[in-house]
Design a protein around this ligand. Structure first.
Ligand SMILES: O=C(NO)[C@]12CC[C@H](CC1)C2
Ligand SMILES: [Zn+2]
Length: 311
């Protein structure tokens, strides 16, 4: 209830001081924020009993817990403020984050109910909770589950991953990279939407694809869901920022229109089995709904999907 809500403080993985809503509880404090939907709560998985992260005073010192909690709040606010969406299910579903999951686990996940973050091994990744785009990526998997629910395999799976990246970079607004804050291996990020070929994909040891003709057609990674996502990522980047790509010129329309187009396509037009061609049509339809069928936005979408070879 409102009387227990407090403002607490903490230091993130990289030492940044943060301030966020938490709760007073039996003379202690816990990472439970009741001001957003049905709550934003952060657990320390090492306690095993799924206990909220608690502190004897208002200063939390577990960097992963502080970052996971603050990033979940930021992502909740993004969906509320940008689209009027109340959490992953648009019905205030509690946002649960578990940190210190696994043993130096180089990954993060959404399991249908909660976000989980590994500590990373310090060679490939720093603690993954430190990445705002990672939190937004994982929470977006929750939004996808409650909307188009794209099957996590082949093209629909690549769209699932692409939407998680798209809203990951829209929340973590300052670049078009995924994971730039958490790489320990000296690379600029895990994936780049601006130029996917800037980075080598680990499973194929090939640059991420930036055109349909370069798609991965094997069976690894559920049919390349984290590989072919880069084709749609490049298209979304071009819709927003524009550019010249494979001799096609795209006149971008900016992040504000791009996020509205992709959210409307995801929530109104895509279904579980949608493929890249249906993605093109859904984005054209959404852009037309929002900005007019003869708008710059519709033109940008058509140009962008032409540029990555998706018709
Ligand atoms: O793409 C992903 N999951 O589907 C990642 C991999 C590294 C970041 C955390 C989880 C993004
Ligand atoms: Zn993902």
């Amino acid at each position: 209830n409102a009387t227990n809500d407090v403002t607490a403080f903490g230091t993130g993985v990289f030492g940044e001081r943060k301030r966020f809503e938490a709760q007073a509880f039996d003379g202690m404090f816990r990472l439970f924020d009741e001001t957003r939907g049905d709550g934003v709560v952060t657990f320390d998985n090492t306690t095993g009993t799924n206990l909220d992260v608690v502190s004897i005073n208002k200063m939390f010192t577990d960097g992963s817990a502080v970052d996971a909690h603050a990033n979940a709040q930021i992502t909740y606010d993004y969906y509320q403020d940008t689209f009027g969406r109340n959490s992953v299910d648009d019905n205030g579903q509690i946002l649960i984050s578990a940190v210190h999951v696994g043993d130096n686990w180089n990954n993060a996940s959404w399991n249908g109910r909660q976000m989980s973050y590994g500590d990373g091994d310090g060679i490939r990744f720093h603690p993954l909770a430190a990445g705002l785009d990672v939190a937004a990526h994982e929470m977006t998997h929750g939004v996808i589950q409650h909307t188009a629910n794209l099957i996590y395999r082949n093209e629909s799976g690549a769209l699932n991953e692409s939407f998680a990246d798209i809203f990951g970079v829209m929340v973590d607004r300052d670049d078009w990279l995924i994971g730039e804050a958490i790489m320990a291996d000296g690379t600029i990020g895990l994936r780049s939407m601006e130029d996917p070929t800037d980075l080598i994909e680990r499973r194929t040891q090939a640059p991420y694809p930036d055109h349909w003709s370069r798609r991965y057609t094997g069976t690894l990674d559920n049919g390349g869901v984290h590989i072919n996502s880069s084709i749609n990522n490049k298209a979304a980047y071009l819709v927003s920022e524009g550019g010249e790509h494979f001799d096609v010129t795209v006149n971008g329309v900016g992040r504000e229109k791009t996020e509205q187009i992709y959210y409307r396509a995801l929530t109104l037009y895509l279904t579980r089995s949608s493929d890249f061609s249906m993605m093109r049509e859904a984005a054209i339809q959404a852009a037309g709904d929002l900005y007019g069928s003869n708008s710059d936005a519709v033109a940008a979408v058509e140009q962008a999907y032409d540029a990555v070879g998706v018709y």
